[in-house]
Design a protein around this ligand. Structure first.
Ligand code: TXA
Ligand code: MG
Length: 344
């Protein structure tokens, strides 16, 4: 198939309308959101949804998020709407929060991978919302990367992974947040299955106590069943080996320099992901500034694109850790997975 790319600014109406039609006809559309690009299909059509799994090479037991243009569209996808869901939608939608709750009969098993629950979110992105309105159905969409690769934050990333496998790409420029949505389950004790830009602290301020799934910061142990199936797969993995240096920045830099000078790195090509505050610790070595420690959102916005940029050029990528709180938790969740949990 030939992949068509529409510029979401100059071809605004056309692009959204055309993409909406493709969805109703059972095709695939990659679209921008505030988090990452999604790979969408008609979420009420099991056959269309199967094409997503084929295009990405995604394991079929990993459920998808349904994207909607309004809160009232979301309500029809759950068996009922708990009070906490109502309050969270009013506070954080449109926005990077996916809410998991018991599904209604309208939702096909292909979306939920047979689970009795479904994840729903309303993205905070003009192009996404225009496209969802034109589609007139909920759109099932995982991140628009080939399975296992870093999630795409530009249309170029989507093309690199899925050219010829998707009917249309809506190019809305780089994604603002850069990490996927927070996935919160309200089926039972409210639990964060995947941390994101709507932080635990923000959620607790609105609905009280929220648990954090153990898989947020540690690998699953052998035979363990994850609450969120996506957590068991290798993720965000570039070709290069990623190593995370923990501790205060100066100490982390020392660890990196020791490892680089003395052991593992040898003659390998190595890139250090540094912050503006710590670049001085690395002297003339090759490094990429990926953010500002006082603004963790800058780390989040850049992580996936830098992993893509250097993942194939370098053999080793050293990175500094952020504290595991607020946005730092979402960042470390992705970074530790990209590193296969290898820390220095
Ligand atoms: O920001 C995002 O969420 C992006 C954009 C495109 O909206 N989408 C995204 O989808 O990241 P995906 O498929 O890459 O990640 C969805 C995550 C997976 O970890 C999946 O296992 C989990 O959500 N998930 C989906 N439905 C679930 C359910 N019913 N119960 C538990 N986990 C669920
Ligand atoms: Mg994904």
């Amino acid at each position: 198939m030939k992949t068509e790319v529409f510029n979401a600014t100059t071809q605004k109406e056309n692009g959204a309308r055309h993409a909406g039609r493709i969805i109703r006809d059972g095709g695939l559309v990659a679209f921008p959101t505030e988090t990452v690009y999604g790979l969408g299909a008609n979420g009420l059509d099991g056959e269309a949804v199967k094409k997503i799994f084929e295009a990405k090479g995604r394991p079929v037991d990993n459920p998808l998020i349904l994207h909607v243009a309004s809160k009232s569209d979301a309500r029809k996808l759950w068996s009922s709407v708990p009070e906490k869901a109502r309050v969270l939608m009013d506070t954080f939608w449109p926005g990077p929060l996916s809410i998991v709750y018991e599904k209604s009969e309208r939702v096909p098993d292909e979306v939920t991978a047979g689970l009795p629950t479904v994840a729903v979110r309303m993205p905070d992105h003009k192009t996404a919302l225009a496209f969802l309105r034109e589609a007139e159905v909920p759109v099932a969409a995982p991140s628009a990367n080939a399975s296992g690769r870093p999630s795409p934050t530009t249309a170029r990333h989507v093309l690199d992974d899925l050219d010829g496998k998707v009917d249309v790409i809506l190019d809305g420029g780089p994604c603002r947040v850069g990490l996927e949505s927070t996935v919160l389950s309200l089926a039972g004790t409210p639990t964060i299955l995947r941390p994101g830009a709507i932080t635990r602290e923000m959620l607790e301020a609105v609905i009280g106590g929220v648990a954090l799934s153990k898989s947020a910061l540690s690998p699953l142990s052998e035979g363990e069943t994850p609450l969120s199936p996506g957590m068991k797969y290798k993720h965000y993995a570039p070709d290069a080996q990623v190593l995370v240096a923990s501790g205060e920045p100066r100490e982390a830099a020392q660890r990196i320099r020791r490892a680089y000078d003395l052991e593992t790195a040898g003659g390998k090509v190595c890139v250090i992901f540094a912050s503006v505050q710590t670049q001085a610790f690395y002297g003339g070595r090759r490094y990429a500034i990926i953010g500002d420690r006082t603004m963790p959102e800058t780390f989040c916005a850049n992580l996936f694109s830098k992993l893509r940029e250097f993942g194939s050029k370098a053999d080793l990528i050293f990175t500094e850790a952020l504290p595991h709180e607020e946005l730092g938790l979402a960042y470390m969740n992705r970074l530790l997975r990209a590193a296969g949990f290898q820390t220095l």
